[in-house]
Design a protein around this ligand. Structure first.
Ligand code: AGP
Length: 612
């Protein structure tokens, strides 16, 4: 969490840094700050609150320096406040640091420095970094490039995760950056260079990026970017050209990123399908090229992820098991790694992460690799940390997702998992060609069906208006509809702050039905023809107890039994989560709007969760 951005060049740094921060605000937005080299001093302006608050800070427009770093924060150590906001400086105001991540041993380092006479102004873990750099710069640094050496000595003492940007008024011609387990990109311009937590933050200025590896040090000058390994041996690094359009990360006339991204789902899925298959031809995964021998040796698959990505994984499990007859376990990443999962060389572990930076998912991946599994990452962000750790990567290509609540990433993840399952089944010969071809044809029809749903949103808007003041809601479904119930409930909690529970409809009578009382809203998802009778009986049980019901369905059901019914286009039960989730995404969106909340930046959350 937290977003960092840095600039060195021939232009005024402040506007570039603030624009970058505005684009990074999805990563955290409880405080923001900027440090710019002005003549021979570092000037810091920071406060709690959103990036826009920075404009109100005295003197922000007077900062004319051309070198600077900036930060938008998601608090971990110390509450949101001016003192805890970044950048942090050392006691002598020689070094300023922005940091994303967590320094696990900061109390130890802080005591060490306090014993040496250093004073601390904040409760953050980060403040130890500039002071440690200062300590080393004054103690025992020898040889050329003392700034870099001092940063390296300090970083060597840190345990935890970090992406760090450092400037110094003693060395005004450069900024230094280093990362470990936290995202960082370097943008290469002409006569100017940048650092940032992600690509869109600096996409308006360059399409050329370096993606530093863990423990690589980078010295960034106006006209040069120099990479060093962890022992400070210089090396060169390949540049990556990013084809994204800067506009893809703009709102494009939509009121919020979330609504834009909901509406992008048809095109996002077209991109996901890409040239992976054509009807009548085998799937093309030349980025995997798994042999029959290899896939036959896999006797167990884990799908590991967090939040929405995990919900996509649940549907992936159903599809893979059905088509490939390989048992699949879906796990929450933060649980997986601490429960000593049974993994060996015959295990395939699939990790799903939109951002590719989720700390829990990355840690789970590292563990699986250590235990000998083959690891496959599914991500939306090219070159993200997870893709660099995994043995294999496939991309969803859904385009940048900015809103904290994930929407198009989810649908593209489910689509990619479905295509992956078809590919495995083709290699393994585990399902008839006819079934696989039908499924491919259903996948190709999805974008049009999504557009149909998005062209008719009046009913869902009206329903949102009726229920937005409620305190509790329930989501019920069976089979893959249960996965959608979980996702619908998560979306509602996240951006509408309404308490909600999702249950497998058949499980209700084992306890949660005690919560059903007069007028409570229950949302049922019914799309699987095999389960329709059972699902209807479960919904009837809540109606009997006074619930008002909204049903999302592609089946013919006795609609007069329910208060509201939203019909969606039919598709295979394996793919229906891609369609049935859309009214639920819209429901939470419109409830949030009715409540006057910040849809894109819900409280307490951040887009990419880079702390464990
Ligand atoms: C989704 O709306 C959430 N904000 C969250 O659950 C998210 O899906 C989760 O944190 C995983 O993120 P990732 O896909 O970037 O790893």
């Amino acid at each position: 969490m937290c977003g960092i951005v840095g600039y060195i060049g021939d232009k005024k740094a402040t506007p570039i840094l603030i624009n970058g921060l505005l684009s990074l605000e999805y990563r955290g937005y409880d405080s923001a700050g900027i440090a710019v080299l002005d003549k021979d001093k570092i000037v810091v302006r920071k406060d709690k609150g959103r990036v826009n608050n920075l404009y109100d800070l005295v003197g922000i427009n007077d900062l004319t320096g051309t070198v600077g770093i900036a930060h938008t924060r998601w608090a971990t150590h110390g509450k949101p406040s001016k003192e805890n906001a970044h950048p942090h400086m050392d006691n002598s105001s020689t070094f300023a640091v922005v940091h994303n991540g967590i320094i696990e041993n900061y109390t130890e380092i802080r005591s060490f420095l306090e014993n040496k006479g250093y004073k601390f102004l904040s409760q953050t873990d980060t403040e130890v970094i500039p002071n440690l750099i200062h300590y080393y710069s004054e103690n025992g640094i020898q040889g050329e490039n003392p700034f870099l050496r001092a940063v390296k000595s300090a970083v060597d003492d840190l345990k935890g995760s970090y992406a760090i940007g450092v400037i110094s008024n003693k060395y005004p011609d450069r900024l230094i950056a280093v990362r470990k387990d936290s995202p960082l990109v370097i943008g290469k311009g002409i006569g100017e260079n940048f650092i940032a937590s992600d690509i869109p933050a600096i996409l308006p200025y360059t399409r050329e990026f370096y993606l530093p590896d863990d423990n690589e040090f980078v010295e960034i000058y106006e006209n040069k970017v120099q990479f060093y390994d962890s022992s400070l041996v210089e090396h060169s690094k390949a540049i990556k050209n990013i084809e994204w359009d800067a506009c893809a990360a703009e709102k494009d006339g939509f009121e919020d990123y979330m609504l834009k991204e909901i509406y992008e789902q048809s095109s996002a899925i077209r991109e996901t399908i890409g040239s992976r298959f054509r009807l009548g031809e085998k799937c093309d995964f030349d980025d995997l090229n798994f042999s029959k021998e290899f896939l036959s040796s896999i006797n167990k698959i884990y799908i590991v992820a967090c939040g929405t990505a995990m919900h996509a994984g649940l549907t992936g499990k159903t599809i893979i098991e059905k088509l490939c007859k390989i048992p699949v376990t879906v796990d929450i990443a933060s649980e997986f790694r601490y429960r000593d999962p049974i993994i060996d060389k015959n295990t395939l572990c699939i990790f799903i992460s939109q951002s590719g930076e989720t700390a829990d998912t990355i840690a789970a991946l590292k563990l699986s690799k250590e235990k000998g599994a083959t690891t496959l990452a599914i991500s939306n962000v090219i070159g993200s940390s997870i893709t660099r750790e995994a043995n294999y990567t496939i991309y969803t290509h859904a385009g940048p997702e900015i809103a904290v609540a994930s929407t198009k990433a989810y649908s593209s993840q489910v689509v990619l998992l479905a295509i992956l399952a078809i590919y495995f089944a083709e290699v393994l010969d585990s399902t008839s060609n006819e079934v696989l071809e039908n499924l491919k044809s259903e996948i190709l029809d999805l974008p049009v069906k999504i557009s149909n749903i998005l062209d008719n949103t009046e009913e869902i808007k009206a329903f949102a208006k009726k229920v937005y003041t409620e305190k509790d809601m329930f989501f019920l479904g069976r089979g893959t509809d249960y996965n959608v119930a979980l996702e619908g409930s998560l979306k509602l909690k996240e951006i509408s702050y309404i308490h909600s529970e999702a249950y497998a409809a058949g499980e209700l009578k084992h306890g949660p039905i005690a919560l059903i009382e007069n007028n409570v809203t229950v949302i049922g998802i019914i799309t699987d023809p095999k389960l329709i009778e059972k699902s209807l009986s479960n919904i009837q049980e809540v109606i009997t107890r006074g619930a008002k019901t909204l049903i999302i369905t592609n089946q013919i059901i006795p609609s007069d039994h329910f208060n509201y019914v939203i019909n969606i286009p039919n598709t295979s039960a394996l793919l229906s989560p891609i369609l049935s989730v859309i009214p639920l995404q819209l429901l939470s969106y419109y409830i949030s709007k009715n409540k006057g909340l910040d849809v894109d930046k819900p409280r307490n959350l951040a887009k990419s969760v880079t702390v464990e």
